[in-house]
Design a protein around this ligand. Structure first.
Ligand code: PMP
Length: 407
């Protein structure tokens, strides 16, 4: 007995009833970006039809309406992650910008020569490169938590890395390439014993796992709207008030100031201090609609159902000759990554596409991780709550066909 009525849920996502290359679309590239429900699509139309106006600027009614919707959405998002204050929720362009903001502003204020930043072997390029840029600039050192052969962080090694020299730990909550769910609670607790703040890249977590920033006691959290059924071009940086207040602005411009003269500028309060320029108003508002949609279905239900999908896919794919799963962590979310002996992942992807099946192939923006496994990439199927076991059967048949054609 499923807790969710998947067939009814699928009707909320118009793209799911489309065909690709003459076949019903099987969309298994949810970790790259998720599809959008009607409620979000209609909210975008509603914004441009009835609300479009700049925020925090005009005395006129429309501007006030847009501002109210913009701030109401911020509150929904703050509640979604249980932030203590709405103003700890900053609108950005996405996870990438959220991480760059912290690397830039926190880095400028708190990182100096000889300091250490810790990331992990599982990171997306967007949680590697900003720290490399910072470390190069400051003559600081980037250290990387190693993983075991299952794609799990080696926690003893992490704990040994901790010292007064470490200024920040930044790791993903869920690996986009392997699906590993990291022991973030343990990471945060261990880092806090040295008063080291922790940033979580939650781009692959917020849509799969119920998350409470106060309970986790996490210092910074980043995620993207487009991976959680919302619009593209909007993301969130959550930061504890004490850190955000102690950090200098990221960009200068309108909205982030209190007063400006040619001699001196004073900065606005949170969250506006970090929101220079006209924001993506439509996407900010419609991310709130996506949060409503997730809340209606319930993250506990989502987590449980997606877990079943991962288990089912792993079991069915295991029957294929020569298959090797990359990332076999005990705790995984929504991703199955694999290779087949002597076959390039790209070739499998091309054949699956002909069958209407969308998977991702390649390094998934985690080249150093692929290097650890000595592979060029993987075939990755990533699931959402609107996927079904029948679709997984179609994938398994497709992979079998690809193997037959390519070997
Ligand atoms: N981190 C992780 C774990 C991701 O999966 C992604 C997106 N693939 C990002 C960061 C970057 O997100 P965005 O491109 O939306 O900024």
């Amino acid at each position: 007995q499923e807790a969710l009525d998947i067939q009814r849920i699928r009707k909320d996502f118009p793209i799911l009833s489309s065909t690709v290359n003459g076949k019903p679309l099987v969309y298994f590239d949810n970790a790259a970006t998720s599809q959008k429900p009607w409620s979000v699509i209609k909210a975008i139309e509603h914004y441009y039809t009835d609300l479009n106006s700049n925020v925090h600027r005009g005395v006129h009614t429309l501007s006030q309406k847009a501002t109210d919707a913009f701030e109401a959405s911020r509150k929904k998002i703050a509640d979604f992650i249980n932030a203590a204050h709405d103003y700890e929720v900053i609108y950005t362009r996405g996870t990438t910008e959220s991480i760059n903001l912290v690397a830039h502003s926190f880095g400028k204020q708190f990182v100096k020569e000889g300091d250490i930043i810790i990331i992990s072997s599982l990171e997306h390029h967007s949680n590697i490169v900003p720290w490399q840029i910072l470390c190069e600039e400051k003559n600081a050192t980037l250290k990387v938590i190693p993983i075991n052969e299952k794609g799990e962080l080696i926690m003893e090694a992490f704990k040994e890395m901790l010292s007064e020299k470490v200024k920040l730990v930044s790791v993903n909550y869920v690996s986009n390439s392997l699906g590993t769910v990291n022991p973030v609670r343990e990471i945060i607790e261990a880092a806090h014993q040295y008063n080291i703040p922790v940033m979580l890249d939650a781009a692959q977590a917020v849509q799969h796992i119920p998350l409470d920033v106060q309970e986790l006691d996490v210092d910074f959290l980043a995620f993207s709207g487009h991976k959680m059924y919302g619009p593209t071009g909007i993301g969130i940086l959550y930061g504890k008030e004490k850190w955000l207040n102690a950090m200098p602005p990221y960009q200068g411009g309108g909205e982030m100031i209190k007063t400006v003269t040619f001699e001196k500028t004073t900065y606005n309060d949170l969250p506006f201090k970090f929101e220079a320029g006209t924001p993506n108003i439509e996407a900010s508002i419609c991310l709130g609609t996506a949060v409503d949609y997730i809340n209606e279905i319930g993250l506990e239900n989502i987590q449980q159902y997606e877990h079943e999908l991962v288990e089912y896919a792993t079991e069915k794919l295991s029957a294929i000759d020569g298959i090797k799963f990359i990332g076999t962590a005990d705790n995984k979310a929504s991703v199955v990554s694999f290779n087949i002996a002597n076959i390039h992942p790209y070739d499998v992807g091309v054949i699956l596409d002909k069958l209407g099946i969308a998977v991702r192939t390649g390094h998934h923006c985690t080249q150093p991780l692929m290097d650890i496994f000595c592979i060029p990439g993987t075939v990755r199927a990533s699931f959402a709550f609107y996927n079904t076991k029948e679709e997984i059967d179609v994938l398994v048949e497709g992979v079998k066909r690809a193997v037959k054609m390519l070997s």
